[in-house]
Design a protein. Structure first.
Length: 320
């Protein structure tokens, strides 16, 4: 089976602002690892070649993910206005061959893409989506291993069913049917019509999966890697044990006295925490300095201040 990979890395990351004002979402540091690196490596293993689409701060995405230095990677620069997922696939029709394996650049997951491709080949259809079964927040109604209906989460946020994880396999027929219109979302242009026609197989993933689309989930991603709930890529720093127990992370060149670290502290590359401060269940960004007397919990220290997760960002979710 010939496979072309596509890493979707052009999103603005609105719900991750102000972090994404300076650093694009796929380059956000998770234990000093760019967020998009894990799905990119998964695509490289499973595909003959990979295209990475970029838009917002695209040069930073290319640099942080090592696109220019890695064999088998091409870049599609969409300019200031992203094409949308389906719009990107339509634009890439001349460059993609065989089955197209797509992964979101904000997906932290231990899903084996080869297992998804095997399910896709066995189903023999146009599309296969990796999903998890959920009691609320579903995208699809399912039956017999297939999607049988589309759920618009914006209108029906509490429906049970299957939630799309951000990795899928498509045949060329799907791309050929796409209109040349931008922006063009995957949900309305691809998932809804194929689901309603019974032409989407599902691959149920029972392992770890997190779309890092909000500040709250960004904090969770760091904590999950710190506590080995997922082990996609080894961090470059060291894991330490704070005086009060638990685990904390010190990136290369980071400095913090033992008493300034609580459980869940993540001090990224080159950052400094003053001796009489305390960081707990929080992330201090690279090269930042936490001044004396500051207490940080459940926040990201960024630009000299604490940025907290908000309730609105946790409930608003984009179209799949």
């Amino acid at each position: 089976m010939r496979v072309s990979g596509v890493l979707l890395a052009a999103g603005r990351g609105e719900r991750l602002r102000p972090l994404t004002d300076l650093v694009p979402k796929p380059a956000l540091p998770v234990l000093d690892i760019p967020l998009g690196l894990a799905p990119l490596r998964a695509l490289l293993v499973a595909s003959d070649a990979v295209v990475v689409n970029v838009s917002h701060l695209g040069e930073r995405v290319v640099r942080e993910l090592g696109c220019a230095a890695t064999k088998g990677i091409e870049v599609l620069d969409e300019g200031a206005e992203p094409f949308g997922t389906a719009g990107t696939l339509a634009a890439l029709r001349p460059r993609l061959r065989g089955t197209v394996l797509v992964a979101n650049g904000d997906l932290l997951c231990d899903l084996d893409p080869q297992a998804l491709l095997e399910r896709h080949a066995a189903a023999g259809g146009k599309a296969t989506l990796a999903v998890q079964m959920v009691s609320r927040g579903a995208d699809l109604r399912t039956g017999g291993g297939y999607a049988v209906g589309f759920i618009d989460r914006r209108r029906t946020p509490n429906a049970a069913g299957a939630r799309y994880l951000g990795m899928a396999a498509f045949e060329q027929a799907v791309l050929e049917a796409l209109p040349d219109r931008r922006p063009l979302g995957l949900g309305e242009a691809v998932v809804r019509p194929l689901a309603e026609a019974g032409e989407i197989a599902i691959h149920v993933h029972d392992g770890y999966a997190l779309d890092v689309g909000t500040i709250g989930r960004y904090l969770q991603a760091n904590d999950d890697l710190l506590n080995r709930r997922i082990r996609t890529i080894a961090p470059s720093g060291q894991i330490v044990e704070p005086a009060g127990g638990g685990r904390a992370y010190l990136g290369p060149g980071a400095r913090a006295e033992p008493g300034s670290l609580g459980s869940g502290a993540v001090i990224l590359r080159g950052a400094t925490v003053a001796p009489d401060s305390l960081v707990r269940d929080a992330v201090v960004w690279p090269d930042e300095r936490v001044p004396p007397g500051v207490r940080i919990a459940h926040a990201v220290w960024f630009g000299g201040r604490a940025v907290y997760a908000g309730s609105r960002e946790e409930t608003a979710r984009p179209d799949p």
